[in-house]
Every structure is written in structure tokens, then in C-alpha cells.
Design a protein around this ligand. Structure first.
Ligand SMILES: *Cc1c(COP(=O)(O)O)cnc(C)c1O
Length: 297
């Protein structure tokens, strides 16, 4: 098994690849401000990219956003505006801020994001690893689109993807099952970084053109995988990432005949040991179900 450890990116997740690429392109096109409505890893990546490129950044987040997330964004010198109860409120407000020079940076649905993410596969191939399968987590499907783009650019069109979601944030799985591109009513998973109610159209479309094996795991298995991974590799990752890792700790049938298994360890900054412990307590005692946090793409 091979780990592509995106948890070690400066912002703690792979998001910087795609978002860094978008921000650079928009700067060349004259952008004077970047706007994000993500209190999660996407918002942190926009804030980091803006600081590096010398462009001011505004991140609009809902009241439910943790203090820690807001601090992480402010640390990158970005302006944080707290607006509304839900992510949708914050998002709607952020749309009113865009003008001729301010551009909104979407967390997953933009071809430039996918091209940025696709460099993961270029690096893997450069290090002479030719995987038989790639395991990754799916939120809105940006990582999925980028990984497939990278595989196909490197003539690895037959390499399947094990696309992992958590139960309650399983928007790709639900669409595949329904045979159409559908939206979940709400998100019921602690893996908030996977909490897109509807995946990008391109992500859904890829499932008809590339072998994508959809797989859904429980929140509990994801948190257990985070804990086990922290013991095995001394790295703390979000449950969004633990979802992918859990397929190694609780083997999935499609992996049994594979020799080189590549896992994208997507990471995530929104996690502490105290939080993992709290989730573990709640999940072991079956307390969490309805009352999970607002999704943070
Ligand atoms: C954003 C994110 C995901 C999901 O990525 P998508 O491109 O939205 O599918 C998974 N894990 C982490 C840690 C993330 O930040």
C-alpha cells in the first residue's frame, strides 16, 4: 500500500493544489480579491493562496463555524465575515461581494481545480509507482475529477478508483444508485469536509466513463481509522480522510487482488485529538445521528 500524504501540505489538505492553481490563473486575469464561503479546508487554501500571491481574501462563514477554523483563516491574513445560520446563508452573502475585480473561488466545481489536483498523479508516476487502484474520499468530487484527469493524462485509463464517502454524506453513491445526478436533502455525517449535498456534474459524469467503485463507510469506522492511523503514522487527519483509510483497516473485496494500492491521504486541518475523542465517545455510544453539524465544504 502506498500513501500520498496530502495531510503534509502547508494548509493540511490536498485542496491547496487545485485552489492554488485557480487563484494563480485568476490573478493573471486581473483578479483583485478572492472570495470564499468555506470555513473548512477550501477557505484555508484560498486564504493561504491569497497571502502567497499578495491578493486580499474575504472568507464568509456561518455562525456555526468553529473558533479554531476562523483562527486558521485569520492566521493567513484573510478577512473573515460571519454571516447567517447555515452555509447557504454565508454562500448567498458571499455572492453579493463579487464584482469586476473580486472572484468567487468554488471549493470543488471548477476545471482549474481539477487540473491542480491532477498533479497528485503526475508526482506518483514520477516516483515510478503505477497503482492498480486509487482510493480517495469524495465530497463534491473535485479530488475525484482531478485524480481521473491525472490518470488519463498518464495513460492509466484502466486504473479504477475506489470512491469513498461516509453514510449521511453519500451524495455520489446516492446518485449512482438512483441512476441520476441527485441532491441529498441534508448531510448527516460528522465528516463535514465530505458534506456536499450534490457532487459536481463532471464527477457524476466520470462514473460513466471511468471505472469508479463507489463505497460508503460509517462515521464510526472513519473515526476509528483516524485513531489507528495516528498510532501507525503519527499523523492526525479528519474523518473525511479516515473514510478512505478505513478501507485499508477493514479490507474491501475489490482490493484483495490488487498489488499496488494507492491511497490519497487527503488530510484536513479541522481536527484535534480532543475532537476525535469526543466523536469516538458519541459514536461508540450511538449518540450522534440527527444532530450533526452544518456541512462545511
Ligand atoms: C475537500 C475535502 C475532501 C473532499 O474533496 P472534494 O473535492 O470536495 O470531493 C475530502 N477530504 C478533505 C480533508 C477535504 O478537505
Amino acid at each position: 500500500m502506498w500513501l500520498k500524504v496530502e495531510a503534509l501540505q502547508p494548509t493540511g489538505s490536498f485542496k491547496l493544489r487545485g485552489i492554488g492553481n485557480v487563484c494563480q490563473k485568476y490573478l493573471l486575469n486581473g483578479a483583485g480579491r478572492f472570495i470564499s464561503s468555506s470555513g473548512g479546508n477550501a477557505g484555508i487554501a484560498v486564504a493561504y493562496s491569497g497571502r502567497k500571491l499578495g491578493i486580499p481574501v474575504t472568507v464568509v462563514v456561518p455562525e456555526s463555524t468553529t473558533k479554531r477554523a476562523i483562527e486558521a483563516i485569520k492566521q493567513e491574513n484573510a478577512e473573515v465575515i460571519i454571516k447567517g445560520k447555515t452555509w447557504q446563508d454565508a454562500h448567498n452573502y458571499s455572492a453579493t461581494l463579487t464584482d469586476r475585480s473580486s472572484v468567487y473561488i468554488h471549493p470543488f466545481d471548477n476545471p482549474l481545480i481539477w487540473t491542480g489536483h491532477s498533479t497528485i498523479i503526475d508526482e506518483v508516476i514520477k516516483s515510478n509507482l503505477f497503482p492498480d487502484v486509487v482510493i480517495l474520499s469524495v465530497g463534491g468530487g473535485g479530488l475525484l475529477c482531478g485524480t481521473i484527469e491525472g490518470l488519463r493524462r498518464n495513460e492509466m485509463i484502466n486504473v479504477p478508483i475506489l470512491a469513498v464517502e461516509t453514510d449521511g454524506a453519500d451524495s455520489l453513491s446516492a446518485s449512482i444508485k438512483a441512476g441520476q445526478h441527485i441532491e441529498l436533502e441534508d448531510i448527516k455525517s460528522i465528516a463535514t469536509s465530505l458534506g456536499a449535498k450534490k457532487v459536481a456534474t463532471a464527477a457524476y459524469d466520470w462514473c460513466h466513463k471511468h471505472e469508479v467503485i463507489s463505497h460508503v463507510v460509517s462515521d464510526k469506522d472513519s473515526v476509528d481509522a483516524c485513531l489507528q492511523f495516528s498510532i501507525d503514522h503519527r499523523l492526525l487527519v479528519e474523518p473525511a480522510c479516515g473514510a478512505s483509510l478505513s478501507t485499508l483497516y477493514n479490507p474491501v473485496e475489490v482490493l484483495t487482488d490488487k498489488e499496488n494500492i494507492l491511497v490519497i491521504v487527503c488530510g484536513g486541518a479541522g481536527v484535534t485529538f480532543a475532537q476525535i475523542d469526543a466523536w469516538k465517545q458519541l459514536l461508540d455510544n450511538n449518540i450522534i445521528d440527527e444532530d450533526v453539524k452544518e456541512s462545511v465544504p
